[in-house]
Design a protein around this ligand. Sequence first.
Ligand code: NAP
Length: 411
Amino acid sequence: MTTIMRQHLIDPEICIRCNTCEETCPVDAISHDSRNYVVDAAKCKLCYNCISPCPTGAIDSWRNMPADKAYPLAEQLLWDNLPGQIALDAPAEVGAGDTATVLPDDVERIAAASTAGQGGTAPPPWSAAHPYVNLYGIHNPAVATVSGNFQLTTEDASSDIRHIVLDFSNASFPVLEGQTIGILAPGLDLNGKPHHVRLYSVASPRDGERPKYNNLSLTVKRVTEDHDGMPARGIGSNYLCDLKKGDKVNVVGPYGTSFLMPNHPGSNLLMICTGTGSAPMRAMTERRRRKFSAGETLGKQMLFFGARTPGELPYFGPLTKLPKEFIDMNLAFSRVPGEPKRYVQDLLRERGADVARLLKDDNTYVYLCGLKGMEKGVEEAFTALCQANGLDWSALRPQMLQQGRYHVETY
Ligand code: NAP
C-alpha cells in the first residue's frame, strides 16, 4: 500500500521572493536560489508558521504525493509553474504524523489560528484599517502611468534615490500605509524567463500622493552593486529609476496585512528606519501630517532615521520643516566628513529615557524598516535603554509582538 504525504510547496508564479517564509521556518526547511523558493519535504514538519506571514499566498501550496516520490529540491528549483495534482493509486494510507487528510481550506484555517499573535510576525494593530491584498496578479496586473519621477538625492550623493509617482486612473488599487506593491519589469532574465516580481513599500498615504487623486508613490534607490560591492544592475530599481512621465508600468498586489498603522486617537508611533526603508514611515507620517494640518489631536510621533549624509536622506528637506510639536525627529548620519559615524541605534540610546517613556505606554506602536543589519543594533539599544529605565525588553518584546505593536521589515 502506498503511503501518501501532503507535500508543502511554494508556487513560483506567485512568489515575490520576499524571504519571509525562509526567515519564519523554525526547522530551516525553506531555502532559495536566484530563481525559486523551495521546501524540503524531509525537513518540513507542517507547522504552518510560514503560512500567514506570506504576503501573496504562494506559500499555501500543497500536493498529495506518494511519500517516496515527493518533489526533490533540485526539481522545485527548476519550476516556472506548480505542477498539477498527480493521480494517486487508491487505496492510500495516510503517513504517520502528517496531515494528509486535511483539505487545503482547512490548512488555511489551521494556519491562521496557529500563527496569529505568535512567531515572528505581529498581527496588525487592533485599530488598523482593513487592508486589501492580492487584487492584481501577474496574469492580470494593474497598468499604472508614471506621473512623476523626481531625484531625492543631491547631485554629489553616492546614490540615486527617486520618488516615483504612479497614477492608476480608473483602476481601483487601494493601499494602506505600510503595504507593498509588486512591479513587473519588462524583458526576460538570463534563463529567458520573465523577471520575477520586485517589491516596494508604498511611500504615500491611503488617500494618495496627492489627496483625492488615484495615485501612490514609491521611494526607490538605483541598485548598481551587489552585497559584496561588485558592479551589478538591479533589474527592478533601474527599470523604475529610468521611467519617464507617461510611461506605463505593470503593477501587482497590494500586499501586507501586518505592518499597518493604528487608527485610534492617542496612538503613538515610534519609527526607526535607514535609507529607503523610510518609505513606509513617510506614508505614515504624511497620513498623520494631513490630520495634524486639519486640526486633529494626535498621539506622539518619534522618528529615528539613518542615512549616509543629509544629501542621501530621502525627503530630508520636507522632514526638517515639520513642526516639533508634530514629530520628534532624530537623524543619524554615518558618512559626514569630519563627524563621527552615527547610526539610529546610537540615537535611540541617547534618547533612552524618552524612548522608554513611549515604550511604557500601551498605545505605542513600533516600526522598524530598512537594512537587515540594523535590527541587531536596534534590539541591543532597546535592551540597554529598557534596563536603564526600569523595563525588561526581553519580556516587553514578545508582548508587543503579540499585541501587534512591534513591526519589523528589514532586507
Ligand atoms: P544605505 O544608504 O546603504 O544605508 C542607510 C544608512 O544605514 C547608512 O547611514 C548606513 O551606514 C546605515 N547602516 C548600515 N549598517 C547599519 C547597521 N548595522 N545599523 C544601523 N545603520 C546601518 O541604505 P539603503 O541602500 O537605502 O537600504 C535601505 C534598505 O531598506 C534596503 O535593504 C532596502 O531593501 C530596504 N527597504 C526598501 C524599501 C523600499 O520601498 N524602497 C522598503 C523597505 C525596505 P554606512 O555608512 O555604514 O553604510
